[in-house]
Design a binder for this molecule. Structure first.
Ligand code: ADE
Length: 236
């Protein structure tokens, strides 16, 4: 997979060279390009924002640098990939990002993330981008961040680890929270008693069928307590 990120703060993404995703990049499983939006400006001040038409607080990102950036990155996608990129704009006004979204996006050849700042990006950029690829406005959750960078980092991590070969043991992906629609079961390691707290006996029993059903009950119980919204009505 290829991922391009456009931001006015490219150094936010230095962290992606670390750990799992860093290894995936070195191994050639994931190609990542991080670009400074200001490289597509042509004025002396490298201006990326201006005042909103109609008035109001804050500044709006100008369409011209975005248009040039998207043209260039989408064109780079075309010759060898024959597919159009999926262009993602993190936005609190978008659809909510879930594990299902991460899974869906992990199958794409080319993702382009456009990180907005200030009060947002001129609306015409989203319309224009639809001619270059599939456009998705995606929110991390119902709260407001200062810009799309942190949301993009979170999405790249959630998507990247689902690409085959990125996580060493694929089984560890299956048993996680949200993969089966439930929260994950509690985990324990040695010592079996720590500060007078014992690991549940069932986990020391060696009976795999009993352990599996205990874990399932724990998943349902935790989900009922912490996230009842995830349960179908008959289990809630
Ligand atoms: N930009 C600002 N707030 C955001 C959010 N909640 N999700 C995604 N992008 C954002």
């Amino acid at each position: 997979m290829r991922i391009d990120v456009v931001s006015i703060f490219p150094s936010y993404f230095d962290g992606l060279t670390l750990s799992l995703l860093g290894r995936a990049r070195s191994a050639g499983i994931l190609e990542l390009g991080v670009h400074d939006l200001r490289d597509w400006t042509s004025d002396r001040h490298r201006t990326v924002d201006d005042t909103p038409y109609g008035g109001g607080a804050g500044m709006v990102m100008k369409p011209e640098p975005w248009g040039l950036a998207l043209d260039e990155l989408a064109a780079a996608s075309a010759p060898d990939r024959q597919t159009r990129p999926t262009i993602i704009f993190p936005s609190p006004a978008g659809e909510v990002f879930t594990q299902a979204t991460a899974r869906e996006l992990s199958t794409r050849d080319h993702l382009v993330f456009g990180c907005g700042r200030y009060e947002g990006i001129d609306e015409r950029v989203f319309e224009y981008a639809a001619a270059l690829g599939e456009v998705r406005l995606i929110s991390l959750g119902d709260y407001v961040l200062n810009g799309g960078e942190v949301a993009t980092m979170a999405m790249i991590e959630a998507i990247g680890r689902l690409i085959p070969g990125v996580v060493g043991n694929p089984e560890s992906l299956v048993e996680e929270s949200h993969e089966d629609g439930l929260l994950e079961y509690p985990s324990y390691t040695k010592p079996s008693v720590w500060r007078e707290r014992a690991v549940p006996d069932v986990l020391l029993s060696g009976n795999h069928a009993v352990i599996a059903s205990w874990r399932r009950e724990q998943q349902i119980e935790r989900t009922r307590r912490r996230r009842p919204d995830l349960l179908p009505d008959d289990e809630g």
